[in-house]
Design a binder for this molecule. Structure first.
Ligand SMILES: CC(C)(COP(=O)(O)OP(=O)(O)OC[C@H]1O[C@@H](n2cnc3c(N)ncnc32)[C@H](O)[C@@H]1OP(=O)(O)O)[C@@H](O)C(=O)NCCC(=O)NCCS
Length: 178
């Protein structure tokens, strides 16, 4: 069996600017989705990444060969859940299970923190967004199921140009730590 080519670990402060570049490069995948042609891309700010790092909610996937980040995720507590704010993997490293492993890292952290669930918002019809998260155990929330934090987050997304009709909020309950 070949050695693993990547690993998940906590991010380092020195990597924050690189994570912005990874996010930009990962987002080039959306150019293949005609329905999103007019939807503005909004990048995570270095301040938000630094705050998540300080709280221990920022992880990278790093290449085993040189320990360089090739993907990342960060999360924040929101309502009764840990909310995935961002998740990105470099296209050259895509479809090897790295995104899935990053999500499972957030799930483990939510459970360890005693939070009930992991939530996220994403595009309803993009194959690597909602349909993919369904395979990871997430379900689409009805509007009446959104907590107040998620309601505000969805409204803020719409204000910055992400049409609600293209978006869904999703949740995976995590169960207690054993
Ligand atoms: C979402 C993202 C992080 C997934 O990273 P990844 O490492 O490729 O994820 P995984 O390998 O664990 O799983 C990818 C799954 O997405 C789906 N998928 C990805 N690209 C796809 C495509 N072009 N067509 C159809 N399905 C696709 C498949 O279900 C795939 O699983 P499979 O390869 O076993 O069929 C990555 O696609 C990305 O950075 N996208 C741009 C930013 C983004 O959408 N972020 C999430 C916002 S909520």
């Amino acid at each position: 069996m070949s050695a693993p080519q990547w690993t998940i670990r906590a991010a380092r402060a020195t990597e924050i600017m690189r994570l912005g570049e990874i996010e930009r490069e990962a987002g080039t995948r959306f150019a293949a989705v005609p329905a999103l042609a007019d939807v503005p891309g909004v990048l995570a700010t270095p301040e938000a990444l630094a705050a998540a790092l300080a709280h221990g909610w920022l992880w990278v996937a790093a290449a085993t060969a040189d320990d360089a980040p090739i993907g990342f995720t960060y999360a924040d507590p929101l309502d009764d859940a840990l909310h995935v704010e961002e998740l990105d993997v470099l296209p050259a490293w895509g479809r090897r299970g790295i995104g899935r492993a990053l999500v499972e890292t957030v799930v483990d952290a939510a459970r360890a923190a005693g939070l009930a669930a992991v939530t996220l918002t994403t595009f309803r019809d993009v194959p690597w967004n909602a349909p993919h998260y369904v395979t990871l155990g997430f379900r689409v929330l009805a509007p009446s199921e959104l907590g107040p934090g998620l309601v505000e987050l969805v409204a803020a997304e719409e204000r910055r140009g992400l049409p609600a009709r293209l978006r869904v909020a999703m949740r995976r309950d995590v169960g207690p730590a054993v």
